[in-house]
Design a protein around this ligand. Sequence first.
Ligand SMILES: Cc1ncc(COP(=O)(O)O)c(C=O)c1O
Length: 388
Amino acid sequence: MIKTKIPLIDLKAQYKSIKKEVDIAIKRVLDSTCFILGPEVESLEKEIARYCGVKFAVGVASGTDALILSLMAYDIGPGDEVITVPFTFAATVESIILRGAKPVFVDIDLKTYNIDVKKIEEKITARTKAIIPVHLYGQPAEMNSILKIAKKYKLKIIEDAAQAIGAQYATGGIYAIKAQSIKRKKAGAIGDIGCLSFFPSKNLGGYGDGGMILTDDKKTAVKIKMLRQHGSEKKYSHSIIGSNSRLHALQAAVLRVKLKYLDKWLDKRIEIAKMYNDLLKETGVILPEANKEMKHVFNQYTIRLKNRDKIKQLLAEEGIATAIHYPLPLHLQKAFKFLGYKKGDFPQSEQATKEVLSLPMCPELKKQQIKTVTEKIKNKLMILKKKK
Ligand SMILES: Cc1ncc(COP(=O)(O)O)c(C=O)c1O
């Protein structure tokens, strides 16, 4: 087996850089023996709410649960339809199906890999209750258009911001930018509800599973707090059907340490993406297109190229890890076949799954490693070209 020389992400290096603080935070929880909710979770909720610019944040067990509980909060279930994309992680769609509602797919825009807002209205029916835009790879979807559509048809917006904590979007759009009256909002703070994931590989990742729900609406926040704890506001009193979906105190303690570094880490990711862009221009590969209205935070740095699988394999032989986010669109996955979609229904998503390739990306990536990755890509592209 070939040893990985350049990993996709380097969580060990990150832990090393904050080890002292993290170890103290973990010990604090162990000493307190307060493992379920309590002060660490409450403090993190306040800190994340402040960071994201919302009134309320509720810690839950995972990003997947954040989506499920959000749908539960709006009583979305059997007979209801929810609009989302087929080019995302399975959890976005799973959550809708687990609620008994029907996911209705809208294709993506290949430039941003996010929902094609021009195609949303034609999918709205009397049964549509919500839109779940996904801010894929860390770039916000085109929220101004989504906000307008949601208002027109009275739909809820549940943002899947699992990959996009800290990303920003200029509400008011390009005109606001021209008039210099930009109002930037953080991903997850634009719609009615925002869902975050603290899966370890996320830009703010815990040391296990975790998630958070963001909202400005007090009633919704109170309901979600009940839903995450067996539908109860106080012990052994259950007024609605809930679940067990609490963020662990140990995760909250780790995440509180990491949150202090988040902006510095995001800046580093943006710097690395710029370097990749510079080194890969004129190679023919399609680079990520960061819209000026947005702050893309590059949870993944994803390029697009025709001979993706061959390049991936050749890079692996050199010890360079890459990933495919995602290799098969959800409408063609076995689990979602029952929805009745077929090949060709979402051509942009299908093309993306054949061509996307995520390169090593984490704040700890060194300049020399970036150079090595890009040089190897250029080399391999040349070899393939000559072979033709
Ligand atoms: C777009 C998207 N949605 C939802 C999720 C689900 O989050 P989690 O793994 O924390 O359940 C993830 C992450 O894995 C994701 O990338």
